[in-house]
Structures are given as C-alpha cells and as structure tokens.
Design a protein around this ligand. Structure first.
Ligand SMILES: [Zn+2]
Length: 398
C-alpha cells in the first residue's frame, strides 16, 4: 500500500488511466478470464435505467471528453451522444465495443466520470432555465475536493452557467474567472465602503464593480452608502444575507431595488447569492439580475448511469443480444427530431431514416469517437457544448 501522508487523497492521472480506480470485482473477473483464456468481444451500453434524482425528467450528458481521455489509445471502439445532449431515462448515451477482458477495469471510472459531471451540468441547466436569461455564476468550488474543481466548474459552465469563480476552472475553460468582494476583506478594512473604494482603485477596470452590502449593516443603507460614495459607478450590489438574518430574501431585495431606484441608481443591478437553488429562483427573478450558486450546483445529486453488456460476439462473428434482468438487450441507437422533438430508441443499425411523426429526415445521434483507441473526430470546445445545451433548453419540448 502506498502511504500518502504528504500528498492529497486523490488518484493520479496515471492511476486512472491504468484502470487502478476500479472496483475489485472487475479486476477479479479479468483475472479469471485471463487464467481460463476466455476473450469475448462485447458491446456495453450506458443508460439511465430508473430515474433521475429529485424528480428531474431529463439530464444533460457531461463528462464525455474525460471518458475519451480515459479510453484513448486502448483497444476500444466508442460511440456516444455528443456531450451536452439532453437525455431521458432508457435512452442509450454511450456504447463501448471491446474485449471484455481488456475493458472491465475501466467501467468504474467511465461511470464516475459521467455520473457526477452530468449531475452537476443538469442542476446548472435547471437553475439556468429557472433564471430565464439572468446569468448564473458557479460559486461552489469550496464545497468539493479541490482536485475536482476544474471538472465541477466545466460541468457547471456546460450546463449554462455564465462564469465560474475559481481560477483553475476558468483556466480550463479559457474564460475570465468571476468574483466580487469577500466578507473577509470588509472585516479587515472595517467597513464596506472602504473595501469598495480600494477595490475600485486597485482592481483593473475590466472587472465588474459588485459591492457587498450585508457585512455589518442593513442592506438598504449599505447599498445607498456605497452608491453615493462611488457616485453610482457600481455594476451591482451583492446580497448574500445569512439565513439567520434573512427573514424574507425577496422582500429585502425588493426594498434595496426600491431605494436604489428612488435615489437615481436604476442602473445598479442586484446580484443574489447564498443558499440559492432552483426552487427559489422563480420568485427572486422579480428583482434579481444575476445569481451566484454554490452547493446546489457543485454538490448536485449524480445521474445514476449504469453500464451493461447488451451484446456478445459469438465465435461465428455474429452479435448475440443479451442482458441481465431489468436491462433491454441489444445495442441501441437514439434518434431525435429537430423539428417536432420526437425521440426514438431503436435497435443498432435499424434506425428509421425519418421521424415517424413529421417525416423529417434524421440521423442517429450516437456517433463514433474512438476507433480502436484512435480519435475519429475533433472534440467541441466547452463554449460550443454550452451553446448546444442552451439551444436545447430554449425549446419547449426537452
Ligand atoms: Zn418530427
């Protein structure tokens, strides 16, 4: 056993890539198959078989880029829906064709990469949909192990977040990190206006001026004090009122809005953070112009994708559909009609060529990404995947 006293408790890229992050039973299965010289080629399918968490009726597929990183250069063929596709229960999202003996130790990592990232992207997408065009910023890196911060931020961004707070996450995405002023700075400087003035003096002008107005005093008075001192040169005030003082966040925000407007500061926006989740967003939309969301997104429930053998190649080269109880046998494709939204799961290679409802021609959505471990197409950027998610969210039928 490796002692890890002086390093973080995380698997290295090499450990993940070598299949060391596997449940032991897959390793034992491989041991037995090797010993008995049984080498069968299989098709394994990833689907969500029961239900999404929290009563969600769809999810955003995320984590594919890392699955490709994991399986690249291995003797594996990989097909998948494009990353960012909105998926439903029982729809095939990914298919691997490989020697089971060689692939088995990667199943744990494939699922881990997809399940967590998809849960985060889905929650972000749900919050983004609830916010109806108001930007949402990912604030939850402090609630997860720092090793996975870049993954969390990428999934939140792909789900539609307008920006991310961590430097490392923004670097991965090639965007500017987003942030305001921590309460700590105000405590050290002893009042919020001093912090706002120093922020304005020191920090480059391209960074939005968003002042914090709930550290010592009342939100309304601190908002006005800051607005007057900075002569209205503020982009937004941030309400992060602790729940013990909050009472009614909507009412506090309404009052701040009213006073700012009354004193001629209609241009100053209201940014709300602190314990926000999708359920409170519709009410807060009345006065909020933007949100910072932490735990609800970063620690979103996972999508319980499962991976199952659905076909085994026989000695005569024919593929035999098979599956355990509770799983539909045979490899499957997914078609989605861009015109009417109809979705259809069909047997692999037997897809209808057009939508049966509106007769629009369509293409199977699972595309090949790896051919014996070699990448067969260029991967989209996070920006492109995010745009694809937002385009799907804008439709009435998901
Ligand atoms: Zn159609």
């Amino acid at each position: 056993m490796t002692l890890r006293k002086n390093s973080f408790h995380m698997a290295s890229s090499e450990e993940i890539k070598s299949g060391h992050v596997t449940d032991i039973y897959f390793q034992r299965a491989r041991q037995i198959l090797q010993k008995k010289n049984i080498d069968k080629r299989v098709r394994l399918e990833v689907t969500l078989k029961k239900r999404f968490p929290e009563g969600w009726d769809w999810g955003v597929l995320c984590g594919l880029e890392e699955v490709i990183t994991l399986l690249q250069d291995l003797p594996v063929d990989l097909w998948a829906l494009p990353e960012g596709t909105i998926v439903h229960v029982h729809e095939p999202v990914l298919m691997v064709e490989a020697s089971y003996q060689k692939f088995s130790v990667y199943e744990t990592a494939v699922l881990g990469l997809l399940c967590q990232a998809s849960g985060i992207a889905t929650k972000a997408a749900r919050c983004v949909k609830a916010a109806q065009g108001r930007p949402i910023y990912s604030y939850g890196v402090r609630r997860v192990h720092p090793a996975i911060a870049p993954m969390v931020e990428r999934a939140a961004y792909i789900g539609g977040c307008a920006g991310v707070s961590s430097v490392v996450g923004a670097e991965l995405l090639g965007i500017e990190p987003f942030g305001t002023i921590p309460h700590a700075l105000i405590l050290i400087l002893e009042d919020s206006t001093t912090a706002s003035l120093m922020f304005d003096e020191v920090i480059e002008k391209t960074v939005p001026r968003i002042v914090l107005i709930d550290t010592f005093g009342d939100e309304k008075f601190e908002a006005l004090e800051n607005a007057e001192l900075l002569k209205g040169n503020i982009d937004a005030v941030r309400l992060d009122t602790p729940s013990s003082r909050r009472g009614d966040m909507l009412e506090i925000a309404r009052e701040v809005r009213w006073e700012l407007d009354t004193h001629g500061y209609e241009n100053i926006k209201i940014f709300i953070s602190g314990g926000i989740d999708e359920d409170v967003i519709p009410q807060l939309n009345e006065v909020a112009d933007a949100y910072g969301i932490g735990t609800a997104i970063s620690n979103a429930r996972v999508c319980d994708f499962a991976m199952d053998i659905v076909e085994i190649r026989q000695s005569d080269g024919q593929w035999e559909p098979t599956a355990k109880r509770g799983t539909r046998s045979g490899a499957k494709q997914l078609c989605i009609c861009d015109k009417c939204g109809r979705r259809e799961v069909s047997r692999w290679g037997r897809e209808p060529r057009q939508c049966p409802k509106c007769l629009t021609p369509w293409e199977p959505r699972l595309k090949q990404y790896l051919d014996n471990g070699k990448l067969t197409q260029a991967l989209p950027t996070a920006q492109e995947i995010r745009a694809y998610v937002l385009e799907q969210l804008s439709r009435h039928t998901l």
